[in-house]
Every structure is written in C-alpha cells, then in structure tokens.
Design a binder for this molecule. Sequence first.
Ligand SMILES: *Cc1c(COP(=O)(O)O)cnc(C)c1O
Length: 395
Amino acid sequence: MTERKQQGIGTVSVWGGEDKSTSGKPTQVAIAQSVSFGYDDIEQWIRVGRGSDPGHIYSRNTNPTVAVFEEKVRLMEGAEAATSFASGMAAISNTLFTMLSPGDRVVSIKDSYGGTSKLFLEFLPRFTIEATLCETTDHEQIEDEVKKGCRVLYLESPTNPTLKVVDIERLAAAAHAAGAVVVVDNTFATPINQQPLMLGADLVIHSATKFLGGHADALGGVVCGTAELVKKVYHFREINGAALDPMAAYLLLRGMKTLHLRIARQNETALTIAKHLQGHKTVKDVFYPGLESHPGHAIARKQMKGFGGVLSFTLKGDMAAVKAFLPRLNLAHRAANLGAVETIAGPPATTSHVECTPEERAAMGIPEGLVRYSVGIEDASDLIEDVDQALAGLG
Ligand SMILES: *Cc1c(COP(=O)(O)O)cnc(C)c1O
C-alpha cells in the first residue's frame, strides 16, 4: 500500500511485486512449472507448512509465479491481500461460497455477468441461500433490500453488457451500516479506471482473462481486499482446488505490464466510437458511461478515472441487422471474450450471457439485438471506418 502511494499506477503495473535484486538472475519473472517444492531440512519444511517461514510447498496452495501475479494486483488495487484463481468465475464462486452459508441472503443487481447471475439463480438457492436481484440502477431499492439484512452486497460497475453504473461509495455505506460485506467485480473498469476498495468495497474481483491479461491467451481470476477476508477465500480455494496455473500467471503478468497504456488508449477510442455511433442513422441506442447522455455519467465521473474499453449498442433493424452487421466487420474477432488488444464484437446471447435462456436475458433487460463492442488498441480511425462500412450495408 505504501508503494502505491509513492508511485504512479503505471510504474506499479511494470515493477509491482517483482524481485528487483536480479544480480545474476533472470530479469523476468520465472515460470515455476512445478507441482511441488522440495526440502532437505525437515524443520524448515514444517516451518513453511505452518506459515512461519516464507516458501512454497504445493502449487494448488501457492506457487512463486502465481504469487508475483497476486502481489502485482494487490498493489494496483491498494489492497492488504490478494489471492488468485483458475478463472474469473472461479474467483466469484469461491468468494460467494466462502462468504455465504445456508440461510444467508445476498443482495445484488439484475445486470451482473451471466455466469454470476447463474450462481444467484441456480446454484446458491440449492444451498438455501437467497439472492435478491435489484433493478441495477435503482439505488433506493438496493438500499432497502440491504437494510432488510444480508451477508453480502455484490456489485458490478460498469455492467456487462449494458454498461450500467452503480454508485459504489453510496451502496457500500448502506451495506456496512447493515453489517454486510461489499464485493465488487471490477473487470470492466480495471484498477487503472476505478479502485473499489478506495470507494468502500471490502473485496474486489477480476476476471484477469479480460483486460488484466489483455491478450486473450490465458484464463485467470483474482480477489483482493482486507487480509482477514482474503485469507478466508484463500483457505476455501486451497481445498476447492481452483488454482491459477503458473504458465497462465506468467502470461497475465506479461500482459499487465502494459495495462496502463492499453487502458489509456482503449478509454480514448471507446469514447470516440461511442460518440460517432450516437449520430449514426442505423444505430438505435449507444451504451457507454463516458457519454454525457448516459444515465450513470455523473456517478461514473465521480468514481472512475476513465470510462473503459467496452461499449454496446442496438441497431434499428434489431437482431436481423446485428446478424448482417457482425460478419461485415473486418477489424474485430466475433468471439465471446473482451478486453484484448484486438477489437472483439458479439451479441450477449453468445458472449456475456451465453449461459442464460432468452427469457432470462429479457428479464435482465438485455436486448437480444445488442452488440457488445470491446475496443482493441488499433488506430481509432481504422475502427471507425470499419464500423461505418459494416453499418452502410444495412441501408
Ligand atoms: C468474463 C467475466 C467474468 C468471468 O470470467 P472468466 O475468466 O471467463 O471466468 C466475470 N465477470 C465479468 C464482468 C466478466 O466480463
């Protein structure tokens, strides 16, 4: 935390968590592709096992490469502790199953990530854990539900794929007054644009698969926050076994070195494209928190440094137009992920909410004819030209 105060977040993304005393050693983080770590001194092995000496025993629990990844995220989010997972969903499910017990209640929003909402609607109820999903931007409703008593308030901002914004500081205060733990999925914003712990959250979650890694070549997840809560989540994960692989940790670390540069570019390009699409005759609605017309713009300005690299929009011709538009894009992968150096586009039915039925998507207020557009680091002028030529064919 002290390091975070002294250095800019760009410097932390490059150097954070890395060993600077590299005399005679590799300057880059080594990939410790090993299941276990050997000990000749049995007393030392026991001390490491107890946690009184530093070291690693078994990679399902801790691994040197994975530990550097955790430390870098910890420093960037300004957290006391961090622990990592095989994927973002592993981070989310391990956190919820650590925090919640039968009979408990969690309050969240309708617009959470598709996999997360599946946990709320399908899996938590099997353990008699009640999930109340509020209208995402109805802050009074969320506060009322929190006041009725809950163990966890689970938020996401901006949301995937409709880019709604919730006031983290306001809702965290309400949740704390009710004795609840506040968890925020910060995948869309990244610590460059938003630091939920500074806004009152207790735990922050990332799908590192997206912007943190940034190159769409590794899955990963991470949870950071207070040492006490992270320790509990870590303990569950040790046993649950959803550990991050060292090779994936290396790829994520490599990607994170350029996070601040990528996000600066993606913030800028996404805003430019959102503004451009707003005036387009074939486009119905554009969803991007950086637009002054966005209902959450004032909150976004208050809690974010930039508005992120993802926007979404609906077309006047609805799903038929989306099906005609997407294949015409030359500079976009039509794929399920987001947050990479390449632009990626797709409808929510095949991306963020692929696990949900059309009825569930409708209930969440996600238009079937929506395009989620995750801006890469290409030249903005080329992306605009590409989108324009793809829209032109729609008439
Ligand atoms: C992708 C995503 C997840 C899930 O992450 P995985 O790494 O795919 O398991 C969770 N939350 C948000 C906001 C996401 O975009």
